[in-house]
Design a protein around this ligand. Structure first.
Ligand code: BGC
Length: 723
C-alpha cells in the first residue's frame, strides 16, 4: 500500500515537475524570442551587418550600446588553440595554454560516446575560461579516402559511429554554454583543391553516408552553429548552397542557429545571403571589404537583399549569443585541470589499438625485463602543434619516452635512439635556410641497431606526425614516411623481441610490418597524456580496447575512391562513383580482403560471444529491436570489449552494402566474468533513402543481425522479420 502510495505520489510529483520544466522552458524561449525581437528593432542596419561578418581573425562585432558581446570563436578540435593576432602570428601571451585533447580518429577508436561527451564538456570548460563563445569543433567529415590530410581530425568512415560521437561531443561542449560549430558541412572529404572542387554525389550516398552525423548533431545534439565547407556540392559552393543550407539544414532539420562560413570560404554576397549563409568569417583584413560587410550593406540598401533576410540572420546570431553569452548563470570555466588531464588520459588509453600480439610480448613483463631500447623520432616528438591548421599550445605533453620513464622509473634501463628524422617539408614550401648539419640516416639506423642489440626488448615508435598529416594537403600515398621500414627491418633483425608502435591519425601501409613483425600497436596524436597512456598499455596497467574507426586497405587501389579512379577528380570535379559503398561497405560487398578491417582491435584477454537473441522475431516500423548477447571474458585480464552489431539485408529492392553498423556498446568485463549486453536498434534505422519518394523507407522482409568483435569477426548471428 505504502509503495503504491509513494509511487503514485512520485508520479504526480514528476509529472508536475516535468510540466513546470516544460513550462519554464517555453516561457524562457518566448522571453528570449521577445527580447531578440526588441533588440532587432533597436539595431541600425550597420550594427546588424556588423554581427554578420568577421571583424578580427576569430571574432564578429558586438553592439556595445545594447550590451551585445562580440562572438568569439576559436579552433578546435584538438583543444582551445592559442590566441593569434592579425596575420595569424602568435600573440605571445603566457596565459593561452590549454589541454591538448586526442585527435578525432583517436576519439573514434575508443568507440565510447561517454568519452566524447567528456571531451566536449572539458573543452567547453576550457573555452569558457579563455572567454571563447564558439568552439570550431567537432569536425567529422567522412573518411572517404585514407589520403585526406584531415583524416586525423575527423572520426570515421562509418556514419553511425560518426553520429553517435558527434552528438555527444556537441552536447558536452554546449553543456558549458559554448556553442559547438560542427564542421565542415558538407562533403569536404579531400584537401586537394578543397577551395574549388565540386563534389557530385548521388542522393542516397549523400543522405546515408555523408549527412547522418550532421543531421544527428543538429537534431539530437542541438548544435547551435555549423560551418559550411570550402568545396562545392553539385556545382554550388557549400557556403551558398540552397539545397544544403535552406532545404535540408534549415528546412528539414529545422536548424535554429547560425551557419558560419569556413575561413575565406564565402564567394558572393547576394547568393550567399539569400541561400542561407549567416556569418562570413575570413582570415585577413580589410574586413569592410568582405562580401557580408560593405557589399551586403549596399545590396540591402538597393533592395537586392531584403531586410527580412538580414533580420533572420541577426535573429539567429543573437539567439546563439543568448545561449552563450547573454543569459544568466554562465559557468566561469576551468582550464588545464587535473580532471581534464584525466579525460585526456582516459580517451588516449581507450583509443590505442592492439593490432598484433602473436608472441605475447605484450604486456611487457616488467619483472623480468632489464633493459628496453626505445627507438624512433615519434618517441620524443610532440603532436600538439604542427602542419597547417589548428593546434594547441599545450600546457604539457608527455611524449612516449617520457611516459615510459615515468612508469618504469629506474627499474629498467632505457636505451634511446632517434632512429630517423621526422622533419618534413611539404612540396612547394620553401625550406628555411638551414645550416645545421643534417643527421646521417645510416648512422641513425646503426645507433638504433646498437641500442636494440644490447636491450632485452626494442620498442619502435614510428608513423606519421603533425607535419606529415595536415590540413590543406592530402598524402600522396599510404607509405610510411622517413624510410621507417628500413629502420624497422634493421632493428627487428637484431632483436626478436621488437614491438612496433605506429603513431598516426589515418591508415598507412604497414603490410610488411604485419607480415614480418610479431607485435604491433597503433597509437594516435593522443593529447597531453599521450606517453602515460601508451606506457600503461605497454606495461599492462591498461588493457587495450581501441578498435579501428576505418578500414586499412592492403593497397590504396583497393579503396573505393581509388579503385574507381574517382579521386581527386578532374577539372575540379570529383564524382563519388562508389555511391554508398564507402569504407567497409565497399570491402565487404566486393569481397576485398583489407589489411585491417573496420572495428578491428585486440585485447590482452579473449572474449567469447554466445546466445544472441532478440526480444521479438517480427517487428513493425515503429518498434525497437532489442538484441541480447552474452559475452564472456575467457582470459586472465579484465578488459573492455566493444560489441558491434551489424545488419544485412539480402534480396533487397535496392543496392545494399553487405553489412552496416547499427549499434555498438562498450562494456567492461572482469576476468572469467560473463555479461549480458543489450543493444537497441529502432526499426526505422533499417531504412534506406528512397530517391524516388525522397523518403526514408523501411523495406519489409528478413534482416540478418551480425554481432561481432569487428566488422569481419562475426561471432553470433540471428534473423528478424520486418512486416
Ligand atoms: C579550417 C577550419 C578552421 C578555420 C579557422 C580553416 O582553414 O578549414 O576547420 O576552423 O580554418 O581556423
Amino acid at each position: 500500500m505504502k509503495t503504491k502510495f509513494s509511487r503514485c505520489f512520485l508520479c504526480v510529483f514528476f509529472t508536475l515537475a516535468a510540466f513546470n520544466t516544460v513550462n519554464a522552458q517555453t516561457k524562457n524561449k518566448n522571453s528570449i524570442d521577445a527580447k531578440i525581437t526588441s533588440i532587432i528593432k533597436k539595431l541600425t542596419l550597420e550594427e546588424k551587418i556588423g554581427l554578420l561578418h568577421a571583424n578580427g581573425v576569430f571574432t564578429t562585432a558586438g553592439v556595445k550600446r545594447l550590451g551585445i558581446p562580440e562572438m568569439v570563436t576559436d579552433d578546435g578540435p584538438l583543444g582551445v588553440r592559442e590566441d593569434v593576432k592579425e596575420g595569424w602570428g602568435s600573440t605571445g601571451l603566457t596565459t593561452d595554454s590549454a589541454t591538448f585533447f586526442p585527435n578525432g580518429s583517436a576519439l573514434a577508436a575508443t568507440w565510447n560516446p561517454e568519452l566524447a561527451y567528456r571531451y566536449g564538456h572539458d573543452m567547453g570548460e576550457e573555452a569558457r575560461a579563455r572567454k571563447k563563445t564558439v568552439m570550431l569543433a567537432p569536425a567529422f567529415n567522412i573518411c572517404r579516402t585514407p589520403l585526406c590530410g584531415r583524416t586525423y581530425e575527423y572520426y570515421s568512415e562509418d556514419p553511425f559511429l560518426n553520429a553517435r560521437l558527434a552528438v555527444q561531443s556537441v552536447k558536452g561542449i554546449q553543456s558549458q554554454h559554448v556553442a559547438a560549430c560542427v564542421k565542415h558541412y558538407a562533403v569536404n572529404n579531400q584537401e586537394i583543391e578543397r577551395g574549388r572542387v565540386s563534389v557530385d554525389v548521388d542522393e542516397r550516398a549523400l543522405r546515408e553516408i555523408y549527412l547522418p552525423a550532421f543531421k544527428a548533431a543538429i537534431t539530437e545534439g542541438n548544435a547551435w552553429t555549423i560551418m559550411s565547407a570550402y568545396n562545392k556540392l553539385r556545382g554550388q559552393y557549400c557556403s551558398e548552397n540552397t539545397y544544403l543550407l535552406q532545404t535540408i539544414l534549415k528546412g528539414e532539420w529545422k536548424f535554429k542557429g547560425t551557419v558560419i562560413s569556413d575561413w575565406g570560404g564565402t564567394h558572393s554576397t547576394i547568393d550567399a545571403a539569400n541561400n542561407g549563409l549567416d556569418i562570413e568569417m575570413g582570415s585577413r583584413p580589410p574586413y569592410d571589404s568582405y562580401y557580408f560587410a560593405n557589399a551586403l550593406l549596399a545590396d540591402v540598401k538597393s533592395g537586392k537583399v531584403s531586410m527580412k533576410v538580414i533580420d533572420e540572420k541577426v535573429r539567429r546570431a543573437l539567439w546563439v549569443t543568448y545561449q552563450t553569452g547573454l543569459s544568466e548563470n554562465q559557468p566561469a570555466g576551468n582550464i588545464n585541470t587535473s580532471a581534464h588531464s584525466k579525460t585526456v588520459y582516459d580517451i588516449a588509453s581507450e583509443s590505442i589499438v592492439l593490432l598484433k600480439n602473436d608472441k605475447h610480448l605484450l604486456p611487457l613483463n616488467t619483472s623480468s625485463i632489464k633493459s628496453i631500447a626505445v627507438i624512433g623520432d615519434n618517441a620524443t616528438r610532440t603532436f600538439h602543434l604542427g602542419g597547417f591548421g589548428a593546434g594547441v599550445k599545450a600546457r604539457y605533453e608527455i611524449t612516449a619516452l617520457a611516459g615510459l620513464k615515468n612508469r618504469l622509473g629506474d627499474k629498467i634501463a632505457i636505451n634511446y635512439a632517434q632512429g630517423y628524422s621526422g622533419e618534413y617539408k611539404p612540396e612547394g614550401r620553401k625550406a628555411a635556410k638551414d645550416t645545421a648539419k643534417k643527421p646521417d640516416p645510416e648512422a641513425m639506423i646503426a645507433e638504433a641497431v646498437a641500442a636494440a642489440k644490447k636491450s632485452d626488448v626494442a620498442v619502435l615508435f614510428i608513423g606519421g606526425n603533425r607535419e606529415y598529416e595536415s590540413e590543406g594537403r592530402d598524402r600522396k600515398d599510404l607509405s610510411l614516411p622517413f624510410d621507417e621500414q628500413k629502420l624497422v627491418d634493421a632493428v627487428t633483425a637484431v632483436n626478436a623481441n621488437t614491438i612496433v608502435v605506429v603513431v598516426g591519425g589515418a591508415p598507412y601501409d604497414i603490410n610488411k610490418i604485419k607480415e614480418n613483425n610479431s607485435t604491433i600497436v597503433w597509437s594516435w596524436y593522443n593529447g597531453s597524456e599521450n606517453g602515460n597512456a601508451l606506457a600503461d598499455v605497454l606495461t599492462g596497467k591498461i588493457n587495450p580496447s581501441g578498435k579501428m574507426p576505418f578500414t586499412f586497405p592492403a593497397s590504396l587501389k583497393d579503396s573505393p575512391a581509388h579503385a574507381l579512379n574517382a579521386y581527386p577528380g578532374e577539372n575540379l570535379q570529383v564524382t563519388y562513383k562508389e555511391g554508398i559503398l564507402v569504407g567497409y561497405r565497399w570491402f565487404d560487398t566486393k569481397k576485398i580482403e583489407p589489411l585491417y578491417c573496420f572495428g578491428y582491435g585486440l585485447s590482452y584477454t579473449d572474449f567469447k560471444y554466445s546466445g544472441l537473441y532478440t526480444n521479438k522475431k517480427s517487428y513493425v516500423a515503429a518498434d525497437y529491436i532489442t538484441a541480447n548477447i552474452k559475452v564472456k571474458n575467457t582470459g586472465k585480464y579484465a578488459g573492455k570489449e566493444t560489441v558491434q552489431l551489424y545488419i544485412s539485408k539480402s534480396n533487397s529492392v535496392v543496392e545494399r552494402a553487405e553489412k552496416e553498423l547499427k549499434a555498438f556498446k562498450k562494456v567492461k568485463i572482469a576476468a572469467g566474468e560473463t555479461v549480458n549486453v543489450s543493444l537497441k536498434i529502432p526499426v526505422k534505422d533499417l531504412a534506406y533513402y528512397n530517391v524516388t519518394t525522397s523518403k526514408w523507407t523501411v523495406e519489409p522482409g528478413k534482416y540478418k543481425l551480425l554481432a561481432g568483435t569487428s566488422s569481419r569477426d562475426i561471432n553470433e548471428t540471428g534473423t528478424i522479420t520486418v512486416q
